[in-house]
Design a protein around this ligand. Structure first.
Ligand SMILES: [Fe+2]
Length: 464
């Protein structure tokens, strides 16, 4: 009996160990799929009479004020705004706490889109600014209504210069969008500039791409965009390509409204360019421009990557709209052709981080690459690679199209963390080796971190 009993006990233990091994092997196949429970309801655009869309008072008052870096190194700032009643002045008056007032003259552009006629869109570049300095500026100078704002220029570019970026994607103009922006603004980490990974207004979801929704979006985000530079990436909702109503020039509203300093990085298009900010070199790519061999974007990227001086800007960050690594059942593999074209370059030049949007959820990858595959080889799986970037999808700004909450199962090995919630992220570069990254879901308090990781620089500390 004893013998029989111990035999069956041993069999039970063996079975249990086997079951444990099998189940743990299955569990370990991927990273973390967050089980955070959130209310599932439609994301609704805020109505036209919402507070955040209010037109500023006063005749011809400047509205939709936004700034972006105006040169390669952060000594320039492009100030943009719209006047609705008449052209008015494109002059910006600006000054420091202690300095004299200076003026810069800008330019005006307008455009028509189907039956919509834009207001007067002003762009004015302030040049030769001092680094790390607070500037006040006034728009509407010399006309009926003036408005005053301020910004702080980035510190001088250098290898150990700390800087904190906000990361926002696919924002739109819903109540959730408003929550995302409020959470970013109140995040005590204190973002100094926003890296926007595309899909801004979602005006194209309205009949005939009602460009009034480009105006409301501009007024909605002004509370942030007038005070710190947003670095713009184009998404599919910036295309506004609508041949059925005779609108065949891609990116027409976006390019009239959101200028970028592409010429400073020897680009020939506002859809791909780079800027240096503090210790980071930011490369912006376009998912919706040609990226095949011999195309202008590819040629520019091939020329740009060798120019990056990691002794000056250790952190190399790429922004693109459509993610290359995405385990949600939305836009699945849409980024695949661009990944095939550009991933070997990014690994060769040891890019630290790639941020994308497009998928309305959050996902962070392991440090992986998938560049071994050739048509005659079978090596087509992502593998751990210390030279590769981490890929982060941050398309969770909260637009009208709602959450992407359907994931491929099981979670792929390369996917470290994923969650279908709206939110934003921040990247705090500390020095040439360390950067603290955190993601914040809208349902939590402003200080709560839902996912975080220390990133180590690929040149100066190339192991995790
Ligand atoms: Fe998109």
């Amino acid at each position: 009996m004893m013998k029989d009993g111990s035999g069956s006990a041993a069999a039970v233990v063996c079975c249990s160990v086997l079951i444990l091994l099998i189940s743990s092997a299955g569990f370990c196949s991927g990273g973390v799929t967050s089980r955070f429970v959130r209310k599932l309801e439609e994301s609704q655009d805020m109505p036209l009479d919402a507070d955040v869309f209010r037109v500023p008072p006063g005749y011809n008052a400047p509205q939709q004020v936004h700034i972006t870096q105006g040169d390669y190194e952060g000594k320039g700032m492009i100030v943009s705004w719209v006047t609705q009643d008449e052209a008015g002045s494109s002059t910006v008056t600006y000054w420091t706490e202690t300095g004299k007032k200076k003026v810069a003259n800008g330019r005006i552009t307008t455009y028509k889109y189907y039956t919509y006629k834009s207001g007067y869109i002003h762009h004015c570049t302030l040049k030769n600014l001092q680094h790390n300095t607070k500037y006040y500026y006034e728009v509407g100078t010399g006309q009926n209504t003036t408005r005053q704002f301020w910004f702080k220029t980035p510190p001088e570019v250098g290898p150990d210069v700390p800087f904190t970026f906000g990361l926002i994607g696919d924002l739109g103009q819903t109540y959730d969008s408003n929550s995302t922006l409020a959470h970013y603004e109140k995040n005590p980490i204190g973002g100094q500039a926003v890296l926007s990974v595309g899909d801004l207004s979602y005006a194209d979801n309205y009949p005939n791409h009602d460009n009034v929704r480009w105006d409301t979006w501009g007024r909605f985000v002004e509370r942030s965009t007038a005070y710190q530079p947003w670095i713009w990436t184009t998404g599919n909702h910036e295309l506004d390509y609508a041949p059925e109503i005779g609108e065949t020039k891609p990116f027409k509203p976006f390019t009239h409204r959101y200028p970028v300093p592409y010429k400073a990085s020897d680009s020939t298009s506002p859809h791909w360019y780079s800027v240096k900010i503090a210790s980071a070199h930011i490369i912006v790519l376009s998912s919706y421009s040609a990226y095949g061999k011999y195309t202008p974007q590819t040629q520019w990227l091939q020329d740009e990557l060798p120019k990056v001086n990691r002794s000056e800007t250790p952190w190399l960050v790429v922004l693109v709209h459509s993610p290359w690594y995405n385990s949600y059942n939305y836009h699945y593999m849409e980024g695949e052709t661009m990944r095939v074209m550009y991933e070997p370059l990014l690994v060769k030049y040891k890019v630290d981080l790639v941020f994308a949007g497009h998928v309305h959820a959050y996902e962070r990858s392991e440090r992986i690459s998938n560049i071994a595959y050739r048509i005659v080889s079978g090596d087509c799986r992502p593998v751990n690679d210390d030279n590769a970037p981490v890929y982060i999808t941050i398309g969770d700004g909260g637009n009208i199209e709602g959450l992407a909450n359907n994931m491929t199962e099981p979670q792929p090995e390369y996917s470290a963390f994923r969650e279908a919630s709206f939110g934003h992220a921040t990247l705090s570069i500390k020095n040439r080796t360390h950067a603290y990254y955190s993601w914040h879901r809208n349902q939590d308090g402003y200080k709560v971190v839902a996912d975080s990781v220390w990133f180590y620089n690929r040149i100066w500390r190339p192991y995790d």
